[in-house]
Design a protein around this ligand. Sequence first.
Ligand SMILES: NC(=O)c1ccc[n+]([C@@H]2O[C@H](COP(=O)([O-])OP(=O)(O)OC[C@H]3O[C@@H](n4cnc5c(N)ncnc54)[C@H](O)[C@@H]3O)[C@@H](O)[C@H]2O)c1
Ligand SMILES: CC(C)CCC[C@@H](C)[C@H]1CC[C@H]2[C@@H]3[C@H](O)C=C4C[C@@H](O)CC[C@]4(C)[C@H]3CC[C@]12C
Length: 365
Amino acid sequence: MADSAQAQKLVYLVTGGCGFLGEHVVRMLLQREPRLGELRVFDLHLGPWLEELKTGPVRVTAIQGDVTQAHEVAAAVAGAHVVIHTAGLVDVFGRASPKTIHEVNVQGTRNVIEACVQTGTRFLVYTSSMEVVGPNTKGHPFYRGNEDTPYEAVHRHPYPCSKALAEWLMGLLVCGGLPLVTCALRPTGIYGEGHQIMRDFYRQGLRLGGRLFRAIPASVEHGRVYVGNVAWMHVLAARELERRAARMGGQVYFCYDGSPYKSYEDFNMEFLGPCGLRLVGTRPLVPYWLLVFLAALNVLLQWLLRPLLLYAPLLNPYTLAMANTTFTVSTDKAQRHFGYEPLFSWEDSRTRTILWVQATGGSAQ
Ligand SMILES: NC(=O)c1ccc[n+]([C@@H]2O[C@H](COP(=O)([O-])OP(=O)(O)OC[C@H]3O[C@@H](n4cnc5c(N)ncnc54)[C@H](O)[C@@H]3O)[C@@H](O)[C@H]2O)c1
Ligand SMILES: CC(C)CCC[C@@H](C)[C@H]1CC[C@H]2[C@@H]3[C@H](O)C=C4C[C@@H](O)CC[C@]4(C)[C@H]3CC[C@]12C
């Protein structure tokens, strides 16, 4: 007798499937989801790498579309059994306007939810963010917290505001008693192959003669999680939503793995060190007040230069506050609720990331 994996082939849709995380989710589904019959990859910008996937046994359909356009989302969702919604505008640098961030992250998510409800899709996994919780504007540390740890979540920046609102929309469904079963995954800072900011730091270090200068005390710890494990968690959550709907429906899960707790800069050095960079200073080399001043200056410059060019450096008051606030998670909720175990050990994650930085860090790719 054919087993159920062969009997029922499922249609999956991944929004934002050509982004940093989205590409890993797409590849992970193809490798690890035996019930996959068709994979729809929906993104504003389609990657050329999708072409190579079309020659495999699973039907891969590339859909160029915009989540802010309800009719485009509805057409892509129609007939899908499962939707993984990772599309989003990740901007804490002032590149996009607050209005655009809201449209993509909140209205886009609303469109995905409504399309699922209208077309009868039953399972939806949403990529949320740790920033739905914090760090808050008061700089309170969140130390080894879990999904139930009390924390004063106060948002002002458009990006965390939008992620919080979108996650709240997901929660509304549970209260509304709709047949759609959803859960939200909250990654901390993701790293791994394709991580733009890691590459930016690497290039900056190369420009500075192989050195980076410590700006944040080593005692400020950050939660980081490997992209392959975040992708695996999405695939597993999507698979288990059906079987464990009562337990998982409406739940939120932090994304976690065995990556060590370190400061943002020390963590990056785990990869940039083996690529030849050195972090200078055991303590910050510039006083904090000077960083605050430079961050404020960058905001002013961004505003002054806006008519001429987009000036969006990494340092601004929000990113400085983030970098300077401890935020680490310690939880096993995903393990308890749907059997998640990281697929990649810390050693594997580290090696894969180093190889990627070495291969592409200095090139224009
Ligand atoms: N990178 C992180 O550290 C991190 C941490 C926590 C949560 N997240 C969340 O994970 C998700 C993916 O983030 P990422 O780091 O891969 O970002 P990314 O920018 O690499 O990927 C986002 C993808 O969404 C697509 N997209 C943007 N606007 C769209 C639109 N209007 N219509 C359709 N597609 C659109 C982009 O083209 C891109 O391919 C986001 O929802 C983000 O909020 C990321
Ligand atoms: C002060 C400077 C020297 C260093 C600036 C580092 C700064 C660019 C880093 C620090 C923390 C980073 C964020 C953190 O890892 C988590 C997330 C959550 C996610 O939803 C989007 C990405 C984001 C905001 C990281 C962006 C880069 C930050 C702010």
